[in-house]
Design a protein around this ligand. Structure first.
Ligand SMILES: Nc1ncnc2c1ncn2[C@@H]1O[C@H](COP(=O)(O)OP(=O)(O)OP(=O)(O)O)[C@@H](O)[C@H]1O
Length: 278
């Protein structure tokens, strides 16, 4: 069954099928690095937040690059609402998917409000004239990312964490259906970290977003993720609900280290503590 936009109703929002990926290398010319992703399968539905967890170098950011179309898989395929990523028109893709990378270059000379407005560009006509709706979406994104106090400041005059919040506000202003974020809370203080994930789960539920987030904080993942994917050496060790996947043994295998796994008696949620070595 198909919608009037030609999308298959039963298709997941985002799908990686048997994806392998390598990086092009300078020498010898035309060669590739050894595989960084090795047969990854993932489906992400609308209204769910999937956390990618794994040690440094496991391939999390690479998977995000492949899912966003920045890196071509060497084999396998990524599909967005049932259609191969490459078959989507660039402008339509920009309306459908927003990406917040590990590092986001901010342009010199722009104010916070201008940068967030850039998220509306794929929805605007050739003249890029902001409608009342654009302005109100931008203001909502600025408010929700706690940026109102900085809205008229040059973006380069903000701290690392504040600039990251601007990049997230711009992505939310895009009103995408799929949102990919690479360690979005890396520079955040604890209050802003909790506020960000509260905001993300609220957006995921309200806008029916399909959201994939690379995370290093396993306690945040256990509290906010609909599902968790544990990565090691370019493969998934396990994908599933927190209680199925975030076990002592699986986390040990993922991170090559022991973690204490506890359960919060008030919420029933798991928590994890690092254990010192000998
Ligand atoms: N541009 C690149 N060219 C060549 N190899 C790369 C490139 N980027 C990453 N790699 C390699 O690919 C592997 C996976 O890197 P990736 O950045 O995907 O890991 P990650 O799981 O996101 O790690 P981290 O937690 O440290 O951010 C690593 O071995 C890394 O050295």
């Amino acid at each position: 069954m198909w919608t009037n936009r030609g999308e298959e109703l039963t298709s997941p929002a985002l799908e990686a099928v048997a994806v392998c990926a390598s990086y092009p290398q300078k020498a010898p010319k035309g060669s590739f690095s050894p595989p960084v992703l090795d047969g990854v399968d993932l489906t992400v539905a609308e209204g769910e937040l999937v956390a990618l967890l794994g040690a440094n170098g496991a391939g999390k950011s690479t998977l995000l690059r492949v899912l966003s179309g920045t890196l071509e898989p060497t084999s396998g395929q990524v599909r967005l609402f049932g259609t191969p990523l490459g078959a989507h028109d660039r402008r339509a893709l920009a309306r459908t998917m927003a990406v917040v990378g590990q590092t986001e270059e901010m342009s010199f000379g722009f104010r916070v409000r201008d940068v967030v407005m850039m998220g509306r560009a794929p929805h605007q006509g050739g003249w890029m004239r902001a409608t009342d709706e654009d302005v109100s979406i931008v203001e909502e994104a600025i408010q929700s990312c706690d940026l109102a106090a900085f809205a008229d400041r040059p973006v380069l005059a903000l701290s690392g964490g504040e600039q990251k919040r601007v990049a997230i506000a711009r992505a939310l202003a895009q009103r995408p259906r799929v949102l990919l974020l690479d360690e979005p809370a890396a520079f955040f203080d604890v209050r802003h970290k909790i506020a960000l994930y509260d905001l993300l789960v609220e957006q995921v539920a309200r806008q029916k977003l399909a959201c994939v987030v690379v995370m290093h904080d396993i306690n945040i993942a256990s509290q906010y993720a609909s599902r968790v994917a544990l990565m090691k050496a370019g493969r998934f060790l396990a994908v599933g609900k927190v209680d199925e996947v975030m076990t002592y043994a699986r986390l040990r295998e993922t991170f090559d280290t022991d973690l204490y796994v506890g359960v919060n008696e008030l919420t029933g949620m798991r928590f994890f503590l690092p254990m010192r070595g000998r």
